[in-house]
Design a protein around this ligand. Structure first.
Ligand SMILES: Nc1ncnc2c1ncn2[C@@H]1O[C@H](COP(=O)(O)OP(=O)(O)OP(=O)(O)O)[C@@H](O)[C@H]1O
Ligand SMILES: *[C@@H]1O[C@H](CO)[C@@H](O)[C@H](O)[C@H]1NC(C)=O
Ligand SMILES: *[C@@H]1O[C@H](CO)[C@@H](O)[C@H](O)[C@H]1NC(C)=O
Ligand SMILES: [Mg+2]
Length: 353
C-alpha cells in the first residue's frame, strides 16, 4: 500500500510539475520584489512628513523613549535643576561632551571649551534648532548664557568607532555589505538633506579629513546615522552668487576637494583674501572616501564598490559643476541596494528579468 502511494505521488502528471514549480517561482519572485520595494520605501522614504519631525513633536519640544507626551526644550533653570553630569565622553575643538542623566534618561550635555569659539558654538545651536529632523540629533534643551546644549545620548558614539563597534559580538550581525551600504545611504541622505535644507544649501565644512568628517556623525543603536555637529555649516546662495570657504586657513590633502586647496602654487604664499570661494560640491567630492570607509572589507563589499564605480568617478570630477548632486548619488545608491538585494535573494533573477 505504502509503496503504491509512493509510486502514485512520484508518477503524478510528469509535465505539470515543472510548470507548477515555475509558476510558484515566479509568484515568489514577484512577492519578494513587492516586499523589497515596500521595505526600501519604508527605510529610505524621503517624503516630506518623515523628514520633518524626529519624534512627531511640535517645534520646540521633544519626546524621549516610551514617554507619550512631548516636553518643551529644557531651559537654563530646568537644566541646572534636573540634569546631572556623569562623565566626559567626547571633546572636540568647540565642545566638551558629557554623558548626563535627566529623569532616568541618558542625555548629553555639550559645553563650550573656550570663549573664542562662542560664535561657532552659537551657530551650531542655531542650526540644531532649525534643522531638527530624522537626520539630526535630537535637541532636548539649551542654555545660551551658559553655552550649554542638551541632546539625546547615543551609546555607540561617533562614526569614528564604526570598525570597533562592528567587531563587538552583539553587532557582528550588522557587519554585512548590506548594512554597510545602508549606512552609506544614510550618510548621503544627510548630505542631501543639508544641501536642500529649510535654510537653503548648507555645506558640511567641518570635514577636512576622514576622521574629522566621521566625528561629526553619530551611530544610533538601531544602526542609523545622525548628524550631530552643525557648528560649521555655511550657506551657499547660488542665485545671489554667494559661495563659501571652509575656514580661513590653507587646506591640504586628497580628502578635501581640489577647489579647496590653494590654487596659486608653492611660490605664492597662502592668503585667505585671495583664496577663491566654492560651493556644496566639496561635500560630493568627499562621498566616495566616506562610503569606502563604510563598505570596509567584508564579503560582498567589493561587488558593491564595483556597482558604485561610475557614480564615484563622477563625484571625483575635478570641475565641481560636473559632479552629481547629492540627490543623484542617493538615487544611484538606492538603485544599487535594490539590485543587489534582489540578486542576493534570487541569484537567477538576473537572467529572468
Ligand atoms: N549625543 C551624543 N552621544 C554620544 N556621543 C556624543 C554625542 N555628542 C557628541 N558625542 C561625542 O563627542 C564628540 C565631539 O562632539 P562634537 O563633534 O559635537 O564636538 P565639537 O567640539 O563641536 O567637534 P569639532 O572639533 O568637530 O568642532 C563626538 O565626535 C562624539 O564622539
Ligand atoms: C538668496 O539670495 C536672494 C537674493 O539676495 C534672496 O532673495 C534669497 O532669500 C536668498 N536665499 C537664501 C536661502 O538665503
Ligand atoms: C577600518 O577597517 C578597515 C578594514 O576593514 C581598514 O581599512 C580601516 O583602516 C579601518 N579604519 C579604522 C579607523 O580603524
Ligand atoms: Mg565635531
Amino acid at each position: 500500500m505504502e509503496k503504491k502511494a509512493h509510486f502514485v505521488k512520484r508518477d503524478f502528471p510528469p509535465r505539470e510539475a515543472p510548470s507548477l514549480l515555475l509558476l510558484l517561482l515566479v509568484v515568489a519572485v514577484l512577492l519578494l520584489n513587492a516586499l523589497l520595494y515596500l521595505y526600501l520605501g519604508n527605510l529610505h522614504g524621503s517624503s516630506g512628513r518623515a523628514d520633518a519631525e524626529p519624534s512627531l513633536c511640535p517645534y520646540g519640544s521633544f519626546k524621549l523613549g516610551p514617554v507619550k507626551n512631548c516636553s518643551p526644550w529644557l531651559s537654563c533653570e530646568a537644566i541646572n535643576r534636573e540634569v546631572r553630569k556623569l562623565k566626559c565622553v567626547g571633546e572636540g575643538a568647540v565642545k566638551k561632551v558629557f554623558l548626563s542623566e535627566w529623569k532616568e534618561n541618558k542625555v548629553v550635555i555639550s559645553q563650550l571649551t573656550k570663549p573664542e569659539l562662542k560664535e561657532d558654538f552659537l551657530h551650531g545651536l542655531k542650526m540644531l534648532k532649525a534643522l531638527q529632523s530624522k537626520h539630526v540629533v535630537r535637541l532636548l534643551g539649551y542654555c545660551e548664557k551658559q553655552f550649554t546644549i542638551l541632546t539625546e545620548y547615543h551609546p555607540l558614539g561617533s562614526l569614528r568607532g564604526l570598525n570597533e563597534t562592528l567587531h563587538i559580538p552583539k553587532y557582528k550581525s550588522m557587519n554585512t555589505w548590506h548594512r554597510r551600504l545602508m549606512l552609506a545611504i544614510d550618510y548621503v541622505s544627510i548630505i542631501h538633506y543639508l544641501h536642500s535644507s529649510p535654510l537653503g544649501t548648507l555645506v558640511m565644512c567641518d570635514s577636512n579629513d576622514l576622521d574629522k568628517a566621521l566625528s561629526q556623525y553619530l551611530l544610533t543603536s538601531d544602526f542609523h546615522i545622525l548628524v550631530n555637529d552643525l557648528d560649521a555649516l555655511p550657506l551657499v546662495n547660488r542665485s545671489a552668487g554667494r559661495l563659501v570657504k571652509c575656514g580661513h586657513r590653507e587646506l591640504w590633502g586628497e580628502f578635501v576637494a581640489p577647489e579647496q586647496r590653494w590654487p596659486y602654487g608653492e611660490d605664492v604664499p597662502f592668503d585667505d583674501e585671495l583664496m577663491p570661494p566654492y560651493d556644496e560640491k566639496t561635500d560630493i567630492w568627499k562621498i566616495p572616501d566616506v562610503s569606502n570607509f563604510f563598505l570596509g572589507h567584508v564579503e560582498g563589499s567589493d561587488i558593491v564598490r564595483l556597482h558604485l564605480f561610475d557614480i564615484h568617478a563622477a563625484c571625483k570630477k575635478k570641475d565641481p559643476a560636473e559632479r552629481p548632486s547629492a540627490q543623484e548619488v542617493l538615487d544611484t545608491y538606492k538603485k544599487v541596494l535594490t539590485l543587489l538585494i534582489r540578486e542576493a535573494a534570487m541569484p537567477s533573477t538576473r537572467e529572468m528579468l
